[in-house]
Design a protein around this ligand. Structure first.
Ligand code: CMP
Length: 149
C-alpha cells in the first residue's frame, strides 16, 4: 500500500555533512521524495513534533538538541513507506542499531541519533504537517516506477 512518511535529518547529521548520504539511501531504495525543506525549528514547532515526549526525563535535552541547528525534513512516498523508512533508519539507540541502517552506520548516541522517522501512518500525517502544507508536497511519477513495484 502506498504511504507517505516523514524522515527528519537532525542537526548532528547536518553539521556532519551527512545530508546527501542519507538522501541517497531513500532514492536507492526506490522511495519517492515528494517534499524537501531545510529549517531551523522554533520552540513551539519542536513541541508540536515531539508532543508525545513532553514531560519525559529526556525531553529538555532532546529539545535543546533539535533547536541547536537546522534540520532537513523529507516527505517520502512509497509502498509501505512508514515501515520501510523506519527500517532504513534503524533502532533509536544508535550504538545498538544494525550496521547497514542509517543510525547503525553513522551514529553513536541516543539523543544525537542522526534522523527521526514517523512510526505509523496517522502519526506521519501529523508530523508531515509540522513542516509542510499540503500544497508543498509534489504529486508526480518517477519514470522508474514500473521497475520498483
Ligand atoms: P526520535 O526517533 O527522534 O524520537 C524521540 C527522540 O528522543 C529519539 O529519537 C532520541 O533522539 C531522543 N531520546 C533521548 N533519550 C531517549 C530515550 N531514553 N528514549 C527514547 N528517545 C530518546
Amino acid at each position: 500500500m502506498t504511504e507517505s512518511t516523514l524522515l527528519m535529518i537532525k542537526p548532528d547529521a547536518v553539521q556532519r555533512a551527512l545530508i546527501g548520504r542519507i538522501i541517497i539511501r531513500i532514492e536507492e531504495k526506490g522511495l519517492k521524495i515528494i517534499g524537501l525543506r531545510m529549517v531551523k525549528l522554533t520552540e513551539s514547532e519542536v513541541d508540536q513534533l515531539y508532543d508525545i515526549h513532553i514531560g519525559k526525563a529526556f525531553y529538555s535535552i532532546l529539545k535543546s538538541f533539535i533547536l541547536s541547528g537546522p534540520v532537513v525534513a523529507i516527505a517520502i512516498q512509497g509502498n509501505n513507506a512508514v515501515k520501510v523508512v523506519r527500517k532504513l533508519a534503524g533502532i533509536t539507540n544508535s550504538p545498538e542499531a544494525e550496521p547497514g541502517t542509517i543510525r547503525g552506520d553513522f551514529g553513536l548516541d541516543l539523543t544525537k541519533n542522526i534522523v527521526h522517522a514517523s512510526d505509523e501512518v496517522e502519526r506521519a500525517r501529523y508530523e508531515l504537517n509540522v513542516f509542510f502544507k499540503d500544497t508543498d508536497l509534489v504529486d508526480y511519477e518517477l519514470i522508474n516506477k514500473n521497475w520498483i513495484k
